[in-house]
Design a protein around this ligand. Structure first.
Ligand SMILES: [Zn+2]
Length: 348
């Protein structure tokens, strides 16, 4: 179901929406901002369904929608005439015509059957300045029954005049233990894998779900750790061949500008390395496997840490940070990775 009790963490956002529902003080415009995959649209739809529900109930600590009235039934099936999602034909932008036709010319029509008319604008950062100005006209004189919920991954894309007329609700990173609990309970992910995915998702539930459900990450993890375990015996050219195979763009995805290397793969690759060396430090310091992230690689981690020093691992981690900085400032990615791998080879 999609109710307030199903939202993971986001206490502040829930409290704000609950306050609006209980006191009937609903703003005409909200911006929910957060990374892709953080669950913005889910929360917007929970709020919209509750706003329109004809028979809200107090369930536990929340005022929830009933999920049974005609309004809830339509909201749940995605066919509520007074919950409107703004769409756009051009993938990269929401133009002035999209906002005029679907929102500005539509707000003057009263709700068909509910108390509010709710407009949800996904990917709000794609609104062109002209589209934002068209939206602004409505925000300046909103009909009493409208609620606009803009979703975005980038608040900086908005005109200050838009932001000043909206209540901005930022998504917060979700706690790792909340993500682990969710993956185990709701998605039947086993405990060690749930912990691994939560560590990598950095508070983003959608990313954790994606990591838990796809084979790509598992494969990338195994290939990356395998590469590290063989570095000692590889020549530079062999290393780079392996890197290109590991990080090649995924099938069916657009080739990136960084030739031959997929940016999403690259980021996860670097994270895997950082967590691997972190595991080595933890194991070296404590000899305890219960705090490791890669619990399926214990035998490798325990054998490799016998031969390397704290200074060595520390210097590898520094090399990795340097490589990350170089790559983000557009130094040739191959060169940066090559220098980093040489550093790992030397100190491991
Ligand atoms: Zn209802």
């Amino acid at each position: 179901m999609a109710d307030f009790s199903d939202i993971i963490d986001q206490q502040q956002m829930r409290e704000h929406m609950q306050h609006a529902l209980v006191t009937d003080k609903v703003s005409h415009a909200y911006i929910i901002s957060g990374e892709n995959g953080s669950g913005k649209e889910f929360i917007a739809r929970v709020f919209a369904k509750a706003l329109q529900c004809e028979n809200r109930k107090d369930e536990g600590e929340y005022r929830e929608s009933c999920n049974e009235c005609p309004s809830c039934v339509k909201a749940l099936s995605g066919n509520h005439p007074d919950i409107i999602t703004i769409t756009h034909e051009k993938p990269a932008s929401i133009g002035v015509d999209d906002i005029r036709q679907q929102l500005r010319d539509d707000v003057i029509i009263k709700p068909y059957e509910s108390r509010y008319k709710i407009y949800i604008i996904p990917e709000g950062e794609k609104m062109t300045p002209a589209a934002q100005n068209a939206l602004l006209k409505t925000l300046e004189e909103p009909p009493s029954y409208i609620v606009i919920i803009i979703l975005t991954n980038n608040l900086n894309a908005f005109l200050p005049t838009i932001i000043s007329r909206c209540i901005v609700l930022p998504m917060k990173p979700v706690r790792d233990d909340s993500i682990v609990e969710y993956l185990m309970k709701e998605c039947q992910v086993v405990d060690y894998k749930a912990a691994l995915c939560a560590s990598f998702a950095r508070g983003n539930v959608g990313k954790a779900l994606e990591l838990a459900s796809n084979e790509r990450f598992e494969k990338l993890k195994n290939e990356t750790i395998d590469l590290v375990s063989r570095l000692k015996n590889l020549e530079i050219s062999e290393m780079m061949d392996r890197i290109h195979t590991i990080l090649e763009p995924l099938e069916g995805e657009e080739k990136s500008s960084k030739k031959g290397i997929d940016p999403a793969q690259y980021e996860d690759f670097m994270d895997i390395l950082i967590f691997l060396f972190r595991d080595m430090l933890v194991y070296k310091a404590t000899g305890d496997v219960s705090h490791l992230i890669f619990t399926d690689k214990v035998s490798y981690i325990s054998s490799v840490t016998k031969d390397c020093t704290y200074e060595g691992i520390g210097s590898i981690i520094k090399d990795m940070e340097t490589a990350k900085k170089r790559i983000s400032s557009n130094v040739n990615i191959d060169l940066a990775l090559e220098l980093m791998l040489m550093g790992i080879k030397e100190h491991l």
